[in-house]
Design a protein around this ligand. Sequence first.
Ligand SMILES: [Zn+2]
Length: 501
Amino acid sequence: MAVFYVTTPIYYPNAPPHLGHAYTTVYADILARYHRLRGDETFFLTGTDEHGLKLQRAAEKRGIHPKEFVDEMVEKYKWYWSLLDISYDRFIRTTDEDHEEVVEWALRELWKKGLVYKAKYAGWYCVDCEKFYSEGEYEVVEGKPYCPIHKKPLEWLEEETYYFKLSEFQEDVERILSSGDRVYPKQYAGEVLGKIRDEGLRDVSIARPRERVWWGIPLPWDPDYTTYVWFDALLNYLTGAGLLRDPQRFQRLWPAAHHVIGKDILWFHTVIWFSMLLALGLEPPRKVLVHAFLINRGLKMGKSAGNVVWIEDLIERYQDSDGLRFILARIFNLHKDIEVSTELFDSIYNADLADNYGNLVRRAGTLVRRKLSGTVEGRLDPKIDEAIREAVKGYEEAMEAYEVSRAVEAVMGLLRRANAYINETRPWELADPRDPLYSVLEAVRNATILLHPVIPKATSRVAEALGFTLSYEALGVPQESYTVRDAPILFRKVKRGGPSP
Ligand SMILES: [Zn+2]
């Protein structure tokens, strides 16, 4: 049995998720649903990254414990993900007990192997950011380093910390990135390799003094230090697969691990993550799937850029989660940034969902009910048969290559063909419209199965109304007859104006 393990980054819950988070998460969800539909053993992991200074401070500001703060935020994340029909198998939290066990285990392993050591860290530090700035990151005012955010002088700070010997893994990481196909699209592996060649790999700090950052997992051999949040966070992928508590499951899942990430965290998910895994004696993940950004008004969407688009506004505009899920799938791009706009979203929704799919379902269902009292048997037109085969093939190839938008496009091609066919054959004028209507229903059935991972609600409704099952094995195998119970209106067109993203 094929196995598919897919993860999203665990999100930092200092604010609720926005469209950028939805973009990543819906994509991972579509891959998970596709593999489940195919009958693969599938495990889909998402969650939250709950330690660190930012959350400690956000909680302090409100006078509550950070755990209380993140508990509240986690409920918000879960609420959004249920709104979007995200079918995760586990929502992991870095405060989960089994995760803390994994982090402690990993730290001990590296410590035992001599891959972690204590040394002095010195650098320019901003007290307000609580962050070190290296050359090139800070601003220089009258020859002195200034914080780029607070516009005040940085302080020279020296402190002892623990380092992970990242430098030892440079050759291995270069070999993996240049020979394998673990990073998709390949261009991103090239970017990382370029950066390694320019800068080399320097050892990285994996701890923070407890007096500054107490909200974290203590180092097992030195409780005066807490684990730096990224080190803690990356390990969630091992916890989720059952590393310590279910080694058998881990053995099955880990070789099938697919990490979906945005390109901003590429370095962490390749150089640092691969090195950590090698240090722990584990294989790198099967695949790191890297996507480009959503751009709004010229900037990457984010809290700090102030150009966030809210998920609930879009669900309201497109009436249901399916509308938004479909739009995100249709624009999904691993290779280049996508500019979002109401015009783009409306046109996708109206043209593809309301017209191409929704209208065809409505017309075919209505005609079968009116002309044939709801039951149809017939011969499949070879032209439609060919269009179905072509769509299934194109869809499958695209999905296996993680190109969700191309897979959706293959289905849209089939639906356009079926719409043209209904106009050409004019079944409403025929004395015996059985063959053309049967052929149209066959196109609708196959398209609906293929779209199920993208728009689970609408496709379930169509399957029930037209009388077929959403079974992947039934693709390309003509169904003997249809009993149409209903001709639902799936998507109502949106008009200009109204709430906009
Ligand atoms: Zn600052």
